[in-house]
Design a protein around this ligand. Structure first.
Ligand code: 3PG
Ligand code: MG
Length: 417
């Protein structure tokens, strides 16, 4: 990515007094009962807000939270307002874009926060969730019109566009790919967080020190398996953790009980295993699990992997695996952890992940943890400062490290319309 698109390269020459900056952030933070559980992503965005406000700009923030169309609950961004207030910002929530346009001319020091973008039809369609969707141009006609209208509505609210939503750069969402194209290239920039993330994560892409170990867990299996197929080329060892490991285990005919599996992508598994074998990449499976009985929130016990019962749901790794994986981690010079495992509402299930993160903190090398929940767990157990880099991105970071182009970056290569 050319340096010229970064805000930090231009900020000193810009007169932003009274200018309205449409700032796309990824403030997709975990919210439970109106409370923000982890504010890492918001904190990482503050230097950008401060930088713009210092130049006299009016900051208008847009973000998504959750996946309101896919599963409930879809949270309103209004729940973020108290956080900003408690942290010394004046922030105003505005769900109506026409009103936002009027309001955006007032009170330069007040942040204007737009409603959750995913509450609106034009922000996404099914294709947006497909990381391999080739280009925004292939989106069907109807959606195309809706998306363009939505993009225009958003673009009208700002004089400049800044994208600092690193964690959402792998999505084709309108605010990420279409809105920047409605701005003059001199009036659109990538923010400091995107710049920092790209710089830090490039260490995993450009000649990482070997051995390079990838630790992979969590859900969103449909997103992750195609990327894992790319990553096999780049790493020496892959440690598979719940839940993603069970799609592998099912393919191999191993017992998985009622553990989470994504059958829609199980056909990718043999390709990954074959490629790994050809390249001499070790793919290691857990020796034992922490399992919940009947459902994810059920009573917990430990079980050998081959002894998983039909009513067991694999939640985390067991103590044998902690030691087995730790040995591998300590041999590594580069480690990338993606995809938290365990039940975020039950501390007892986070022990396995805690041990993995602690081992990562011990290596004499470069360690990266990506994704909201993973960073939250690292913070919860006081391990965050032992990890070399905590990325705000989950899927975005994985996409970047896989070597695939991020749609949010690609949008900046296009001419404005
Ligand atoms: C994330 O949390 O990874 C980003 O905010 C993107 O969210 P999404 O996976 O729902 O698109
Ligand atoms: Mg280190």
């Amino acid at each position: 990515m050319e340096e010229t698109v970064f805000l930090t390269s231009h900020i000193k020459d810009l007169d932003l007094t009274g200018e309205r900056i449409l700032l796309r952030l990824d403030l997709n933070v975990p919210v439970v009962g109106n409370k923000i559980i982890n504010d890492h992503k918001i904190k990482q965005a503050l230097p950008t807000i401060d930088m713009l406000q210092k130049k006299g700009a009016k900051v208008i923030i847009m973000t998504h939270i959750g996946r309101p169309k896919e599963y409930p609950p879809g949270f309103s961004t209004k729940h973020l307002i108290p956080w900003f207030k408690q942290n010394g910002y004046v922030a105003q929530f505005e769900p109506n874009f026409d009103k936002a346009k009027m309001e955006s001319y007032k009170n330069p020091n007040d942040i204007l926060l737009l409603e959750n973008l995913r509450f609106f039809d034009g922000e996404q369609n099914e294709g947006h969730f497909t990381i391999f969707a080739q280009d925004i141009a292939i989106i069907g006609d109807k959606q195309d019109v809706k998306a363009h209208l939505f993009a225009k509505n958003l673009a009208d609210i700002g004089d400049y566009y800044v994208n600092d939503a690193f964690g959402a750069m792998h999505r084709h969402d309108t605010s990420i790919t279409l809105v920047p194209q409605l701005f003059d290239p001199k009036k659109r920039f990538l923010g400091p967080l995107v710049e920092r993330e790209s710089l830090m994560l490039s260490k995993l892409v450009k000649n990482p020190e070997q051995p390079f170990t990838l630790i992979m867990g969590g859900g969103k299996i449909k997103d992750k398996l195609p990327l894992l197929a790319k990553l096999v080329d780049k790493v020496d060892t892959i440690l598979l953790c719940p839940a993603i490991v069970f799609t592998f285990s099912k393919f191999l005919g191993k017992k998985i009980g009622k553990s989470l599996v994504d059958d829609s992508v199980i056909s990718i598994v043999p390709d990954i295993l074959k490629k790994a074998q050809e390249k001499g990449v070790n793919i290691l499976f857990p020796l034992d699990y922490q399992a919940a009985t009947d459902n994810f929130n059920g009573p917990l016990s430990y079980t050998e992997s081959e002894a998983i019962e039909h009513n067991h749901v694999g939640v985390s790794i067991g103590p044998k695996t902690e030691g087995y994986f730790k040995d591998e981690i300590l041999k590594s010079k580069t480690i990338f952890f993606n995809g938290a495992f365990g039940n975020m509402n039950k501390n007892k299930t986070l022990e396995g992940m805690k041990h993995i993160l602690e081992a990562m903190g011990e290596i004499n090398g470069f360690s990266v943890v990506g994704g909201g929940d993973s960073v939250a767990v690292a913070n919860m157990f006081g391990i965050a400062n032992k990890i070399d880099y905590l990325s705000t991105g989950g899927g975005a970071t994985l996409t970047y490290v896989s070597g695939l182009e991020l749609p949010g970056l690609k949008a900046f290569e296009k001419e404005s319309t």
